[in-house]
Design a protein. Structure first.
Length: 153
């Protein structure tokens, strides 16, 4: 005995994954990395001194100006330039003063190579202080773990 109801074709389940949302997420992540990668690159190579200290909390929204003193004692301003030009002490202090006058919340950070003469960094800090720039910090590296070596005294 056959039933009088018409046969409804059965749908087979689709065994495919919709990859479009995954591609969208991947493209967003790619854009984020493309935007942030240039910010992570330091244009002037310096060997920072290693010091035990408490890190400064800096958020990405902070206005930060990074001044660099390389091993030969030349001064640079870290910008988006891939190959920054060295500046004189007077020029770098003048430029920094103009920036901090325009944006008073600007933090000035100094990256000094560990082999640079102490007087070069002090001259920069003194010049900044003479211009009324008080918010100055030093960038250092955290010391590497030396579990097998005793501390030198």
């Amino acid at each position: 005995m056959e039933s009088m109801q018409p046969q409804i074709p059965r749908r087979r389940p689709i065994a495919e994954i919709n990859v479009v949302p995954y591609i969208d997420v991947m493209l967003v992540l790619l854009i984020i990395f493309m935007v942030t990668a240039p910010m992570l690159v330091q244009s002037v190579r310096v060997n920072l001194p290693e010091v035990e200290s408490t890190p400064t909390n800096i958020t990405p929204d902070d206005d930060i100006l990074i001044l660099t003193v390389d091993a030969s004692g030349q001064y640079f301003i870290e910008r988006d330039d891939s190959d920054p030009a060295p500046m004189s002490l007077v020029a770098i202090i003048d430029y920094t003063a103009k920036i901090t006058r325009a944006v008073s919340a600007t933090q000035v950070m100094i990256r000094g190579d560990e082999r640079v003469p102490y007087g070069k960094v002090v001259a920069l800090m003194g010049g900044l202080q003479a211009e009324g720039i008080q918010n100055v910090g030093l960038i250092t590296e955290a010391p590497a773990e030396r579990a097998s070596q005793p501390h030198e005294k």
